[in-house]
Ligand binder design. Structure first.
Ligand code: ARG
Length: 470
């Protein structure tokens, strides 16, 4: 007696129902149906190209697969959990639809190279989608940076007021973080875009396959170089999730600043009502939940990174069922990253900067003390002596409850005889940011230049994204 499984030939007993549900992947790997069908079509065409299938057989298979795809998309496909996964569901339906010839599709192929191919195709699309979402977020940051190029705010170190900066400069720092994410994703895309098909179960196949043909059909850069590695490698998942985790670090940092800045004591920004929620008990509350959830969702992606590292650690060559655990975490990583980017983009476009509050905050906390020290250096005082003199000036001003620019020339000259009337230009926050005109500086003119450069860089990214094979 043989069981009803496609692999049931050598089995005498039916699968235990607990094993069936334990090993089932259909619930989540269904999501790969489009990539699976695309891979199968390419495989069938290759088999026809090398003469393993006739042209007619190939046409029947391709037509059948396309019909199945449209059945799935119309919700008219009956998924059978007993068939374990997306691959066998589609393959068995193909045979039901087109008859015996459907059974020829799996020639020279295994689910091991098939699933690795599907996941690579899926992640390649996901990377492209994430890249477009990051680029869109960067554009909204550029718009803010240009609008707020002159807006002065306190810059912080240790969360203490340090020196004045411009809002444009701060926002462009976020964009730089995202820029590195873009670069990382372009790099991981190259390592994703390698084709496992042809490795079959682990050792390749006796059929005269043309792997370059299949790779070209699927937009892969090259076929993998070793069949054992091809079916077992999940480095591309590890790397992708690691890159996603770093991206989530960045989004969580941006989110955290938005949360702080929108709080009453800061009052630096107003987040649009559409991106906040209320409290069920405190009628006055307007909460930055979107930013909070973005901050928190970084945790799941970090968890997925540890999970996939653990799945792969110590795995012997070649394919093991362990690898089935790569999918849910990959899917959740993609969903989480895209969802966070989407709301972040919306929220960013709806943030109002409270220019007066920002300016007032920058003026507090002796943020131009370093400027006073640099002024003294420009008058010939060695930096360490200047630092000491300004430290004493700040202590005096603190005792007098005055800011540095409130001190009179006479008061200032007590601490250094080099101080002249021209010092007052340097003690204002506008003066402080205005002189930082070097590459990477916070002056409004530099912010505008950096936005212009970043916009050009982005045009290159967009061009590249448009030209990539897929
Ligand atoms: N569902 C499996 C996975 O995700 C497909 C490959 C199964 N291969 C096997 N020999 N059982 O990895």
């Amino acid at each position: 007696m043989s069981t009803s499984k496609p692999w049931g030939g050598r089995f005498r007993q039916a699968t235990d129902h607990r094993v069936e549900s334990f090993t089932l992947s259909l619930d989540f790997d269904r999501r790969l149906y489009g990539h699976d069908i695309r891979g199968s079509i390419a495989h069938a065409r290759m088999l026809a190209h090398v003469g393993v299938l006739t042209g007619t057989e190939c046409d029947q298979i391709v037509t059948g697969l396309k019909q199945i795809k449209s059945d799935i998309e119309r919700g008219e496909f009956e998924w059978l959990p007993a068939l374990e996964d997306v691959h066998m569901n589609i393959e068995l339906r193909l045979t039901e639809r087109i008859g015996e010839v459907g059974k020829k599709l799996h020639t020279g192929r295994s689910r091991n190279d098939q699933v690795a191919t599907d996941l690579r195709l899926y992640l390649r699309d996901a990377v492209d989608e994430i890249l477009s979402a990051i680029v869109a977020t960067q554009v909204s940051l550029f718009d803010i940076a240009e609008r707020e190029a002159e807006t002065i705010m306190p810059g912080f170190t240790h969360m203490q007021v340090a020196q004045p900066v411009t809002v444009g400069h701060h926002v462009m720092a976020w964009s730089e973080m995202l820029e590195r994410d873009v670069q990382r994703l372009f790099e991981v895309r190259q390592r994703i875009n390698i084709m496992p098909l042809g490795a079959a179960a682990l050792s390749g196949t006796s059929f005269p396959i043309d792997r370059t043909f299949t790779a070209r059909e699927l937009g892969f850069d090259v076929p993998s170089a070793n069949s054992l590695d091809a079916v077992s490698d999940r480095d591309f998942v590890i790397e992708f999730v690691a890159d996603a985790a770093i991206l989530m670090v960045h989004l969580s940092r941006m989110a955290e600043e938005l949360i702080l800045w929108s709080s009453e004591p800061f009052g630096f920004i107003q987040i649009g009502d559409a991106f906040c929620t209320g409290s069920s008990i405190m009628p006055q509350k307007k909460n930055p939940d979107v930013a909070e959830l973005t901050r928190a969702k970084s945790g799941r992606v970090f968890g997925h990174l540890v999970a996939i590292l653990s799945v792969m650690k110590g795995q012997p060559l070649a394919y093991n069922r362990d690898n089935q655990e790569d999918k849910e975490l990959s899917f959740d990583t993609v969903d989480t990253v895209l969802a966070c980017l989407e709301v972040m983009l919306g929220m960013m476009s709806d943030v109002q900067f409270q220019r007066e509050r920002l300016l007032a905050a920058a003026q507090r906390g002796y943020s131009t003390a370093t400027d006073l020290a640099e002024y003294l250096v420009s008058k010939g005082v060695p930096f360490r002596d200047a630092h000491e003199a300004v430290g004493k000036t700040v202590r005096y001003a603190l005792e007098q409850h005055k800011s540095l620019s409130d001190l009179s020339l006479e008061e200032l000259r007590v601490f250094s005889g080099e101080i002249q009337e021209d010092v007052f230009d340097r003690l204002t926050v506008e003066g402080s940011v205005g002189v930082r005109v070097h590459l990477g500086g916070t002056a409004p003119s530099e912010v505008r230049k950096s936005v212009q450069n970043a916009r050009e860089r982005l045009t290159h990214h967009r061009d590249l994204l448009g030209r990539l094979p897929r």
